[in-house]
Ligand binder design. Structure first.
Ligand code: GTP
Ligand code: MG
Length: 269
C-alpha cells in the first residue's frame, strides 16, 4: 500500500551498485554437490550428462541475457562475464546474484528431468546454487580470472582422473590418496600412464578444459564510444545485434591464449 505508516521500513534496505565501467563476473556454484552427485549416482570422476545439464542451463541464461558475452563452466560451477557497459538491473548486486542463482537452479532441474526421465529430481535432494558477483577493472584481470577457473578445472580433473584410475585398478580410496599425496602434475601423468594405462592427453576435452560458451559475431562493429554518447536507438540496435549473435560451445585452452581473446574484441567492450 502506497504511503502507509509502514513505508519507513524501506529506509532500512541497502543496495550495492556494482561499479560502473567495470566487467562483472557472476559465478554460480552448486550447493553441496558432493552429496547431490552421490544421491543421483554421478559417474566418477566425470559425469558427462551432468556436465551437459550444467551447460544447457548456462546456455539458457545466456540466451535470455544479451549482456552476457562469455560463460565458463566445469564441475558444479559456472562464471558469466557481463559486458563493461551492461546496465542490467542498474548493476544491483543482490538482484543479479539472486536472479542468476535461481535461474540456474530452475533450468538445471528442467534439463535434468528432460535428460533423466527415469530419475527425476526428488524433493529431498534438489539442486541449489549460490552466486557471487565481482567487478573487475581491466580486461587483463578478466582474462586472469577465467585462466584461474580453467587451471582449477585442470588441477581437479587430473587429480580425480588419477585417483579413480588407481581405485579402478584395485586400490582402496585411502591407498590412492596416499599414493597421490605430495605428487606434482607430471607425477600424476606418469602414474596414470604406467599404473592405469591411461594417457591423460587422450581424455575428453570437456573434462580437461571445461566448457566455454561465447557469443560470436560475423560482422562486428566496435562500440567503443562513451556510454553517454550513445543514443538509446543506437543502444537498442547494438542489443539486437548481440541477441542475434550465435552462441558457440567450445572446449579450448583460454589460459595465456592471447590469439583466442584478441580474435574476439567485443569481449573487451
Ligand atoms: N562423481 C562426480 N562428482 C561431481 C561431478 N561434478 C561435481 N561433482 C561433485 O561436486 C563437488 C563440487 O565441489 P564443491 O563445489 O567444492 O563442493 P560442494 O559439495 O558443492 O560444496 P559447496 O559448494 O561448498 O556447497 C565435487 O567435489 C564432486 O564431489 C561429476 O561429474 N562426477
Ligand atoms: Mg559446490
Amino acid at each position: 500500500m502506497a504511503n502507509s505508516k509502514y513505508e519507513y521500513v524501506k529506509a532500512f534496505e541497502r543496495e550495492n551498485y556494482l561499479l560502473p565501467e567495470t566487467y562483472i563476473v557472476i559465478r554460480v556454484d552448486g550447493k553441496g554437490f558432493h552429496k547431490f552427485s552421490q544421491h543421483y549416482n554421478f559417474a566418477k570422476p566425470n559425469d558427462l550428462q551432468a556436465l551437459q545439464v550444467m551447460n544447457a542451463a548456462a546456455l539458457e541464461i545466456m540466451k535470455r541475457y544479451s549482456d552476457v558475452q562469455l560463460a565458463y563452466g566445469d564441475s558444479d560451477e559456472y562464471s558469466f562475464l557481463l559486458r563493461r557497459k551492461c546496465d542490467l538491473y542498474e548493476r544491483r548486486e543482490m538482484k543479479l546474484c539472486t536472479l542468476f542463482a535461481s535461474l540456474m537452479a530452475t533450468f538445471y532441474t528442467l534439463f535434468w528431468n528432460k535428460a533423466h526421465p527415469e530419475r527425476p529430481i526428488e524433493l529431498e535432494q534438489v539442486p541449489t546454487f549460490d552466486a557471487r558477483a565481482v567487478s573487475y577493472p581491466s580486461f587483463e584481470i578478466v582474462r586472469d580470472y577465467f585462466s584461474w577457473r580453467q587451471v582449477d578445472c585442470h588441477i581437479n580433473n587430473l587429480y580425480n582422473t588419477t585417483f579413480w584410475g588407481l581405485v579402478k585398478k584395485g586400490m582402496t580410496p585411502q591407498e590412492a590418496e596416499q599414493r597421490l599425496s605430495g605428487t606434482v602434475s607430471s607425477d600424476k601423468n606418469e602414474i596414470l600412464f604406467k599404473d592405469c594405462g591411461v594417457n591423460y592427453n587422450n581424455e575428453p576435452e570437456i573434462y580437461k578444459k571445461g566448457t566455454i560458451l561465447v557469443r560470436e559475431f560475423d560482422e562486428y562493429k566496435s562500440e567503443a564510444t562513451p556510454v553517454t554518447a550513445v543514443s538509446s536507438r543506437q543502444r537498442q540496435k547494438q542489443d539486437k545485434l548481440r541477441r542475434k549473435a550465435r552462441i558457440e560451445k567450445v572446449h579450448v585452452d583460454i589460459i595465456n591464449n592471447n590469439p583466442w581473446w584478441d580474435a574476439r574484441p567485443w569481449l573487451r567492450e
